[in-house]
Every structure is written in structure tokens, then in C-alpha cells.
Design a protein around this ligand. Sequence first.
Ligand SMILES: CC(C)(COP(=O)(O)OP(=O)(O)OC[C@H]1O[C@@H](n2cnc3c(N)ncnc32)[C@H](O)[C@@H]1OP(=O)(O)O)[C@@H](O)C(=O)NCCC(=O)NCCS
Length: 173
Amino acid sequence: MTVGARPALVADAAAVTQLLARVSEESPYLGDYGLRATEDQIRTILGAPPNRLVAWVETAATPGGGEVPVGYAHGLAGPYSTTRHVATVTVAVDSGYRAQGVGARLLERVVSGCRAAGYVRLRAGVWRTNVASMRLFERAGFRLDAVLPEQLRERDGTLVDEAVFGLSLREGG
Ligand SMILES: CC(C)(COP(=O)(O)OP(=O)(O)OC[C@H]1O[C@@H](n2cnc3c(N)ncnc32)[C@H](O)[C@@H]1OP(=O)(O)O)[C@@H](O)C(=O)NCCC(=O)NCCS
């Protein structure tokens, strides 16, 4: 059982770093196996100026009476003025909390937040083997914009296509 979703804070940096590390132990879907974003990198992301980063966590209660993030999602644009209108979306949920709607809930918050922040489009790059993620984005209204052949490589050398999902945030888009 989770406690609920709330915006991610800079103070969540350590816990979010650990969550992303745990999720990356089991799959390369966040970028690589054993991806090790440092706490400083995550703190920098979480400290991005308002209207740039839209980040949410879903927390679960700890035995000590605290709360710990078990799901994280963000939308964030790159540094260039030419692509500042497009936020790239990332979602990660601890394996013990999946298939309970956590990812969908966080993605919904990120979509709303990115719309409010003035982003024009959202983008997500997904491994073609990542059935759960493709379903998550499709259910949230994203469309398959492109399939890029052999963009990703598994540990055993297998090449995997990348599915690029997009969502227009324009009125009627
Ligand atoms: C992808 C991920 C975020 C989904 O999180 P989640 O909390 O389990 O997702 P939800 O419970 O909200 O489910 C969303 C939809 O995906 C479906 N889904 C979830 N897991 C699934 C699975 N293993 N196989 C098929 N469909 C699945 C759900 O049934 C639901 O669709 P529905 O509404 O039609 O039933 C989670 O599996 C994860 O963290 N994976 C590793 C990291 C990753 O791949 N991130 C995405 C890259 S950006």
C-alpha cells in the first residue's frame, strides 16, 4: 500500500537516487543496467527552476513512521532553446509496488504539470521489449510517433528497437 503522490522535493534526492538505482539493477530501461546517477545529479535535477522540471513521487510508509518514495516520474526539457518546448518523461516504480496503478498515477500528474508549465509536447523513448512501459504510455494517451531500429543494446548483444511515444499538450492536439 502506498501513501499517495506528491511533488518531488530536493530533500527527496537521496531516496530517489536509491530508487532509480534499485530499478536499474533489474533492467536497462532507465538507460543502463546498474545506472548510477549520483545524488548530486538527482539533486541538480530536482532543483531545476520551477516551470522546467515537473517531478512527482509516490511514497510508502516505513516501519519507523516515515515515508519513502517507491515511485518517481518526471518531465524535463533539455538545455537548448530549440527544444525547450518538449519535455522528456521518465517513470520508475519499485518492483514490489508495480501493477497497482502507481506509474499511471505519477504519469498523469506529470502530464498535467507539464501542461500547466507550458510544455507543448511530451516524449518518451521506450525499449520495444518493455511491454509494461509501452502499455503505461498508451493508456495515458501517448501515441507511437516512431520506431527507431536497433537503437538499444542488451547485455548479450541483442539489438532492440526504440519506440518513441509522444503526446501533444496543445488544445485539441
Ligand atoms: C513501466 C513502469 C513504470 C509501470 O509502472 P506500474 O506502476 O507497474 O504501472 P501501472 O500499475 O500504473 O500500470 C499501467 C498500465 O500498464 C500495464 N502494465 C503494468 N505492468 C505490466 C506488465 N508487466 N505487462 C503488461 N502490462 C503491464 C497495466 O496493466 C496498466 O494498464 P491497464 O490500465 O490497461 O491495466 C514499471 O514497470 C517500471 O518502473 N519499470 C522499470 C522502469 C521503466 O521501464 N520505466 C519506463 C521507462 S521511461
